[in-house]
Design a protein around this ligand. Sequence first.
Ligand SMILES: Cc1cc2nc3c(=O)[nH]c(=O)nc-3n(C[C@H](O)[C@H](O)[C@H](O)COP(=O)(O)O)c2cc1C
Length: 212
Amino acid sequence: MSTLELLLIEASPRKANATSSQLGRRLAGALQEQCGSTVVLTERHLGAQPLPPMSAEYAESLLLPYDEALDRYGEHLELSDELVAELERADIVVIASPVHNFTVPAALKLWIDLVVRNGVTFRNTPEGKVGLLRDRPVLVAVTSGGAMFRDPPKQPDFFRPYLSAALGVVGLRNISYVQATGLAFVDEPLAQAASAADAWIAASLQGFLQSV
Ligand SMILES: Cc1cc2nc3c(=O)[nH]c(=O)nc-3n(C[C@H](O)[C@H](O)[C@H](O)COP(=O)(O)O)c2cc1C
């Protein structure tokens, strides 16, 4: 039996009450059960155990070519290196995140700022940024309190276009979204998130696994 690496990233600060974690963990659990491989799971709890704020040195390093950045700021790049290595190792990525003010929570944005690195995960070309990571399936489990992702829109969606663009910069283009919305208006938001996961598992999990 082959081995698959699954990276599960959780972005809610709400720990046990987090609807996005409920959604994402249920999806990740089903992927583990049904993929037919032994799964090595790596978890990043960005909301409950936030990454440290971006340092001045890291921000300076991003303005330099890769070799010079390494020479001058090597020790300040260790966390970013670790996060990039985690992402690079993963065969499947599951991102569980709430919508915060129409887009990704600050905790997830910080992770993005630490993995989008010139000369490491993308390179600049005359045509624009080109991702350096191999593509792999990314499943985004997203929850919101209000009426996100409606057509016609009731709230602007900066979440999916932004996250897809940011992941696209590093080469991740195979992105699927599973959403549970309007959770502020239901009696049991965790149960609602679980139902959304189960519906996706029944309808789409096998298709998703074909792209692994
Ligand atoms: C800071 C903050 C901003 C939020 N912004 C929005 C928003 O723009 N649109 C929306 O529908 N819900 C918004 N919500 C509600 C959350 O998306 C909703 O409670 C979601 O279920 C939280 O996911 P979690 O349980 O995984 O933390 C916001 C919540 C917080 C804490």
